[in-house]
Write a protein that binds this ligand. Sequence first.
Ligand SMILES: *Cc1c(COP(=O)(O)O)cnc(C)c1O
Length: 409
Amino acid sequence: MSKLAINGGSALRTKPFPKWPIWDQHEVENLKQVLESGKWGSLHGDKVKTFSEKYANYHQANYGICVNSGTSALKIALLAAGVNAGQEIILPGYTFIASATAILDAGAIPIFADIDPNTYNIDNDKIEDAITDRTAAIMPVHFGGRPCNMDEINAIAKKHNLKVIEDAAQAWGSEWKNNKVGALGDAGCFSFQSSKNITSAEGGIILTNDEETAKFCRSFANCGRVEGGVWYEHYYLGGNYRMSEFQGAILLAQFERYPELKVRREKNAKYLNEQLSQIEGIEVLKEDENITSNSCHLFIWRYKKEYFNNVPKSKFIDALRKEGFIVSAGYSIPLNIQPLFKNLAFGARGRKVDVGVDYTTFNLPETEKACYDEAIWFPQFVLLGDENDMKDIVNGIIKVKENISELAA
Ligand SMILES: *Cc1c(COP(=O)(O)O)cnc(C)c1O
C-alpha cells in the first residue's frame, strides 16, 4: 500500500491554508469614501497622499512617491538617479524579471551577478568583478524580504561612484541594523501587486531621502508636469504612472493591519527555520544578527536531493502538494538565459538589439542551482497560519522524506 498521496495514499493535510488577500470593513469603508467623494484620482483626493507619507515615515524616508506598479517604480527611480541610455546596472541573476526589464525600460543594460546561496541575495563579492566603465548603479534585491548587506553594497558604490537603487519589492518593513530598507541607498522601490504582503492589486512606491530625486519621480509619474506648473505644461519626458485613490484607500487599510501580520509571519518563519534545519538534506538560509526584521514574503529553503534518493526537486514538490501543501519551485530559469536575454529580444516585436553583451556567457552557478535543483518557497500567506499549520508543514516534509523510495528517481 502506498503511503504518499501522490501514489494514492491519504493526504497528510486536508484543511486549507489562510487565504490571500485579507480584507475587512476598513477596506470597504475607505473605498466607499473614495467612491462617494467623486475624487477618484490621486491629484484630487488625499488617500494616496496620506498613504505615501505614512509609508515613507514608517521606513524612515523623507519622501514617498506612489506609482502604478513596482516595475514602474524601479524604472522611474533609475531615471531619477540619472542613469543614462547604454549604462550598465548590476543586479542578481535570481530575481523577478521586472528587476531586469525595468533597467531595459530605462534604456540601460542589466548585468547579472551570482547570488550567495546562504541568503539568496546578490553575492557582494561578485559585484566588483561586474563593474566596468559603463556601470552606473547597483540594484540589490532584498530577496524574499531578507535585507542585503547594505553596508558592503554602499561601500562598493561609494568607492566606484555608483548609485544604489534598492529593489525592495518584497521587503516592506524589513530592517538592516534596525534601519528599514528602501532609503538606505539613493532610492528604493516597493510593490503592492496582488501576491505581495501589502496589496492594492497593483501599485508601487519609490522612497528616497533626496528632494531632487523625489521631485523628478513625481514629475515623471505625472506626464512631466512640475509642482505649481500649468496643467498642460510639461518639462520632462514622463508618462501617466499615477495610482488611483481606490488603490490608496485599500493600501491605507492594508497598512494598518501590516505590523500584526508581520509579527505572525516572522514568528512562523523562525519556527520553520528551527524545525526544518533539523531534517537532514534540508538547508535553511543563514541567520544574520544585522537583519533585525524580515518581511518574510517567501520562506525559502534548500533541497539537497542527494539526501532524498536523488528525487528531483520538481517531483518532491509535486508530492508535497498532493499532501495538501502550497509550495512553489520558484524561478525555474536564470534571468541571463531567459529567451528575452538569450535572444537580445529588446526591440519592437522582439527584434534583436545588440547591446554589446552576450548573456549566454555569464557564469552564475549558484543561480542555476537555485533554479534547477535547490530553492523551494512557501508563499507569505502560508506563514499567516497558526502553530499547528506550521507543524503540519514540517510533518508533511518528513512524511515525503520517509517514503521517498515511493518516488522513483
Ligand atoms: C513583484 C516584484 C517586482 C515588480 O513589482 P510589480 O508591482 O509586479 O510591477 C519587482 N521586483 C521584485 C523582486 C518583485 O518581487
